[in-house]
Write a protein that binds this ligand. Structure first.
Ligand code: ADP
Ligand code: ZN
Length: 437
């Protein structure tokens, strides 16, 4: 029987959850109204006072918050407590644009360690297990976030951080780590490195992957589970809301449970900002219900996904989020067609001839968008015969066209020549915007 870290909340009835959320929403609105000039002003502009928020159903009355608000108030303008109460700072890795800074009180850190503990327990990790953390340590929330969750459940942390890939493999092997926490793209690189090292996979104790911080597909899950002989679980989070552990998968691997007693999720249409029909895709929005240091009211994540409120077979009632299709900021519009890098990944993983590494280059020549995908052919499929190579190229180009909607130019490159990622993978170079930035 799988364990549950905090059964009382993870399995709470929907009714009770709404009550808890209502109570907490009222508190956080009072808190920001009285302690954050930024939110007070926003509310006053909308003629709102804390009294207007009586239950979680009133959340739609509140204003949205966006990343630009964090940049405009850089570095500490959104703190809702005196700086003397802030015990830790983090900053987003800045995948898209300038970094943003967040601050945590002691209580915020303990909440974070609590939600990560729920995820780890759902993956089957216990105090008897050793977990190698290969997310970067530092301003990025990945390393320290995973770290405190492991300590919280009483497991043993190996605080590797990212990089130094040979040593990662050696210590994982020698120490007998049961679980590995890193980005899926780095896990793929580690898997390749293990294969090349010649150490038999059976000599590793690894059973569980704690993968997140970037979008990944079901096909990537299969690939990682096979290559590392593990079960690979999703962990989701973002710096603005706290970091990794805003949600995690359970043994059913059928959606990522969001810890909605702390982080209230909504899905809105990114154009109209109205709530979508239940089950429909849209932009994920979070309100932190218990944060003290830097609460977020209706923060627009830019992540596109769906929510499912049905009770899960694992016994948890906590809402489940579907796979993140990508960030709306990651979406490329090429010749008018919406293209997500994750679509390219999923095609590559279906084709045994290719490695799951790729790099997209977009440019504009004579007012037309160009769209090139570099892919690595596996060694054993290389051929001196021009015809064979051409037909492979055709095959992948037409498969891409089916999935994406437009045909890319495929460039086949030498095995291992696409740069491997040790953190969040960079898959796209868009040269079109260079002049209007
Ligand atoms: P940055 O915005 O600089 O990348 P963060 O580390 O806060 O900094 O990144 C959070 C974002 O990473 C999320 O909003 C989401 O887009 C992505 N992300 C995190 N975890 C996952 C996951 N499990 N699946 C898909 N995307 C994820
Ligand atoms: Zn479940």
């Amino acid at each position: 029987m799988a364990m549950i870290w905090n059964e009382m909340v993870e399995c709470m009835s929907r009714d009770e959850m709404r009550k808890l959320q209502s109570y907490r929403l009222k508190n956080v609105v009072e808190h920001v109204y009285h302690n954050s000039p930024f939110y007070r002003k926003k509310m006053q502009e909308m003629d709102l006072s804390p009294n207007d928020i009586q239950s979680i159903d009133d959340i739609a009355k509140l204003p949205f918050t966006v990343k630009q608000d964090l940049r405009d108030n850089y570095p500490f303008g959104l703190m809702a407590v005196p700086m003397s109460e802030i015990v830790r700072l983090h900053a987003s890795s800045g995948t898209t644009g300038k970094p943003i800074v967040v601050g945590y009180t002691r209580k915020d850190l303990s909440t974070w360690a609590e939600v990560v503990a729920r995820c780890l327990t759902a993956y089957g990790i216990t105090k008897h297990d050793m977990v190698q953390v290969s997310y970067g340590y530092g301003l990025f929330t990945g390393g320290l976030g995973a770290h405190s969750g492991i300590e919280n459940i009483g497991g043993t942390v190996i605080p590797m951080s990212s990089g130094n890939t040979q040593k990662q493999i050696q210590l994982m092997h020698d120490f007998g780590a049961k679980a590995l926490a890193c980005t899926p793209s780095y896990a793929l690189y580690l898997a390749e490195t293990i294969r090349e090292s010649g150490i038999p996979l059976e000599e590793f104790q690894l059973r569980i992957g704690v993968f997140g911080a970037e979008p990944w597909t079901e096909n990537m899950r299969k690939e990682l589970e096979e290559k590392l002989n593990i079960k690979a679980y999703d962990i989701y989070g973002l710096t603005e809301i706290s970091g990794p552990g805003v949600g995690g998968e359970c043994e059913c691997q059928n959606g990522t449970h969001l810890w909605e007693d702390h982080f209230f999720p909504e899905i809105v249409d990114p154009e109209t900002l109205q709530p979508v029909e239940p089950g429909q895709q849209g932009e994920l929005v979070f309100t932190t219900l218990t944060k003290e240091g830097m609460p977020m009211i209706r923060y627009r994540t830019r992540d596109l996904t769906t929510l499912n409120y049905e009770k899960c077979a694992c016994g948890r009632t906590a809402v489940r989020m579907g796979r993140i299709l990508g960030r709306s900021d990651d979406m490329l519009i090429i010749r008018g067609v919406n293209v997500f890098p994750s679509q390219v990944e999923s095609v590559l993983l279906e084709m045994p001839e290719f490695e799951p590494h790729y790099f997209i280059t977009v440019d504009r020549v004579n007012n037309t968008d160009t769209f090139q995908i570099q892919v690595e052919l596996r060694q054993e499929y290389y051929s001196d015969e021009m015809n064979k190579m051409l037909s492979l190229k055709k095959k992948i180009a037409s498969r891409m066209q089916n999935v994406i909607g437009i045909q890319p130019e495929i460039k086949i490159v030498e095995p291992r020549s696409i740069e491997r990622s040790q953190g969040k993978a960079k898959h796209v170079q868009d040269n079109r915007n260079l002049f209007n930035k």
